[in-house]
Design a binder for this molecule. Structure first.
Ligand SMILES: Nc1ncnc2c1ncn2[C@@H]1O[C@H](COP(=O)(O)OP(=O)(O)O)[C@@H](O)[C@H]1O
Ligand SMILES: [Mg+2]
Length: 269
């Protein structure tokens, strides 16, 4: 078994009478990028906070690699702090001796290199979120726990985060990425875990979850669907023509992560 950045087994959390997590298993290998997907209230933030040690579990096992970085879903840095000062503060908190070189490199990674002396209060929410990501990377963590890190970002900012995640992969940093944005996990994650109402309802690589393709053929009587992929198109068409059908169009389709999500998450539709 490869070393693990995060190992969670049978995790349960009860808030009063409400079961937020009902026995969740989740393992992240060293350097692996795992997307944790699920609707609001599924338990994503609870799981992440337990991994950080901010919330006490009601049951189950959690082992987390150190050092790790965390970006909370809702966070606020003091408005009067500059970008550089926020990072200085977190260098002190984590005991990082990276100095100005580390701060400069992190601001560059999140495209805030020109904003060293900009105060938080003068930043857009998206800029603050990118500063939050830089903060999470102070001290060169082996694992990053990111709770909805792109919720306030515009498409350009999301691209920056995607590039950043690719860079983290090159550096061998493991990432747990909480999100409800399917395209995000589809594009960058090694593995996806979908949770709903405190339970894992699907898990696998994006390709595994997306599963097989199909062939849609437009005939005089309407569209008919066949199993198979591109390589099956000539045979399917030949058989239809031989059977006296007229073919007006052919399309190879794939089920997307969105299809899987909507099929596995209760009440999603
Ligand atoms: N501190 C808390 N006290 C009581 N209930 C909570 C608390 N935090 C979360 N919950 C509940 O637990 C469930 C999971 O919440 P959360 O982990 O925030 O989900 P997600 O991050 O997937 O949206 C929700 O039903 C939420 O209302
Ligand atoms: Mg949440």
């Amino acid at each position: 078994m490869s070393p693990r950045a995060l190992a969670i087994a049978g995790l349960r959390k009860r808030y009063g009478r409400h079961d937020a997590l009902r026995g969740v298993d989740l393992v992240i290998g060293e350097g692996e990028l795992v997307g944790l997907l699920g609707p609001n209230g599924a338990g994503k933030s609870t799981l992440t906070k337990i991994a950080c040690g901010l919330v006490r579990p009601s049951g189950g096992e959690v082992a987390v690699a150190r050092p790790f970085g965390y970006l909370a879903e809702l966070f606020r840095f003091p408005g009067w702090c500059t970008a550089d000062e926020v990072l200085v503060l977190h260098q002190r908190l984590t005991g990082s001796d990276g100095g100005a070189r580390e701060r400069g490199e992190l601001l560059e990674l999140v495209r805030l290199e020109g904003e060293t002396t900009t105060r938080v209060e003068a930043m857009s929410k998206g800029m603050q979120q990118r500063l939050g990501l830089a903060q999470a990377m102070v001290g060169s963590p082996r694992l990053l726990l990111l709770d909805e890190p792109t919720s306030a970002l515009d498409p350009g900012g999301r691209r920056t985060v995607r590039d950043l995640l690719e860079e983290l992969r090159r550096r061998g940093v493991a990432v747990l990425l909480n999100t409800h944005l399917l395209s995000e996990v589809e594009q960058v994650c090694d593995r996806v875990v979908i949770i709903d109402k405190g339970l894992v309802v699907a898990a696998g690589t994006p390709a595994e979850l997306e599963g097989g393709s199909g062939v849609e053929v437009e005939l005089a009587g309407g569209v008919r669907r066949f199993e198979g992929g591109r390589e099956d198109v000539p045979r399917i068409v030949a058989e239809l023509v031989a059977a006296g059908e007229e073919v007006f169009g052919v399309r190879v389709t794939r089920s997307t992560l969105e299809d899987v999500y909507l099929d596995t998450v209760a009440d999603a539709r």
